[in-house]
Design a protein around this ligand. Structure first.
Ligand code: CMP
Length: 143
């Protein structure tokens, strides 16, 4: 079964949207595998956003992601990377399709509520940046 790394960003936490966003993934039928309410250090932010180093929005992005607590998660399920990206919507709120998290709750590209891995390979890397292997809980659904 595939895994992905999802992170509710400081704007989502401060707007009280953790429950709303987590609820969407739960109702979809995806499986929560790990979760952590935490502050992102400058060092971790640089590792997570290494691909954006040098871009004009890099410094503001690092300032933003380290500005307050985030809710970091691992979710599991068939095709979970593509499914959750579809549910999150495009980076730019204007392009995000109605019904997606970013369309329903955000206006700005910078304050776009949630991060989702863009491929299974990115997911593996991002999960290991944020979680130790023993923090992932694998279990069978019985209901
Ligand atoms: P995300 O895709 O989670 O990771 C990179 C983030 O950079 C992106 O969300 C946006 O929040 C932010 N960002 C700000 N400006 C831009 C831009 N012009 N293009 C892409 N990402 C941007």
């Amino acid at each position: 079964m595939e895994q992905t790394f999802l992170m509710i960003k400081p704007d989502g936490v401060q707007r009280g949207l953790i429950g709303e966003i987590v609820g969407r993934f739960e109702r979809k039928g995806l499986q929560l595998t790990a979760a952590k309410f935490m502050l992102v250090s400058r060092e971790l932010a640089e590792i997570h956003y290494a691909e954006h180093h040098g871009k004009p929005f890099y410094e503001p992005l690092l300032e933003f992601i380290t500005s307050g607590p985030v809710f970091a998660m691992v979710w599991s399920g068939d095709n979970v990377v593509a499914l959750t990206r579809a549910m999150i919507g495009k980076t730019n709120a204007i392009d995000a399709a109605p019904g997606t998290i970013r369309s329903d709750f955000s206006v700005h590209t910078n304050l776009n509520l949630i991060h989702g891995s863009d491929s299974p390979e990115s997911a593996t890397r991002e999960i290991s940046n944020f979680f130790r292997p023993e923090e992932l809980v694998s279990f069978e659904h019985h209901i």
